[in-house]
Design a protein. Structure first.
Length: 228
């Protein structure tokens, strides 16, 4: 198998490994150097058909509460080439800042018409588009001051389980963006902008929603910062 040399990226454009005030950043960061091991052919090329193996079932129901939004963009490599058939997973809080998860202790209501998760495929040009509800802010229960700003989690799978990219994308103009420990854990200001949606042109059509856009670059100097 051939080896490839990709453009490097500056650590300042990625999330800091240890963030003061965020204890999980210390437990999630390895204390010893990583051990390199070769990957097998099955790991680097499969399994295929992830979009079928990772299905999520949804039932038709009433419209979820909150501001309806449309999110679109492209997934590309460092040269701008589209990543076709990439599997994108999304998850988020509802409009009240509540996740459907047993560990979410925030005293906010669960919306019975909102699952907070979804999955889709990019097209041949690497494009994606989905509709959802703008998530609400929520408090970090282990802190006496920290509120997470509205954001959506993205997980992007390449051709195998080994090719997975995870990040969070935030909304423009949110005051809480200025103090969020994770967003500001990316030292480089230009790189932080890659984690914020761009607002689309507004209009009032048949489906009344606000539009947002964000492209993802998976390698190289302009790589989208990983955030989890």
């Amino acid at each position: 198998m051939s080896s490839f040399e990709y453009l490097p990226y500056d650590d300042a454009t990625q999330l800091a490994r240890q963030i003061e005030g965020y204890p999980r950043s210390f437990t999630r960061t390895p204390s010893q150097p990583l051990i390199r091991r070769p990957t097998t052919l099955s790991e680097s090329t499969g399994p295929t058909g992830l979009e079928c193996k990772l299905k999520i079932g949804f039932e038709d129901g009433r419209r979820a509460m909150g501001q309806l939004i449309s999110v679109e963009g492209r997934v590309v490599d460092e040269d701008g080439a589209p990543m076709a058939a990439a599997v994108i997973e999304i998850w988020q809080a509802n409009s009240a800042g509540k996740y459907i998860h047993e560990l979410d202790r925030h005293e906010a209501p669960i919306d019975p018409n909102f699952t907070g998760q979804g999955r889709l495929l990019t097209d041949v040009e690497g494009r994606f588009q989905f509709r959802t509800i703008k998530p609400g802010a929520y408090p970090v229960m282990e802190s006496d001051w920290w509120w997470r700003p509205p954001h959506i989690h993205f997980s992007i799978f390449g051709p195998s389980w080994m090719n997975r990219f995870v990040t969070q994308v935030f909304f423009p103009g949110e005051p809480l963006n200025e103090v969020d420990l994770l967003l500001n854990g990316v030292e480089d200001a230009e790189a932080r902008e890659r984690l914020i949606f761009q607002a689309g042109a507004t209009s009032v059509g048949t489906v009344k929603m606000l539009k947002y856009q964000r492209d993802f670059v998976l390698r190289g100097r302009h790589r989208t910062p990983a955030l989890d």
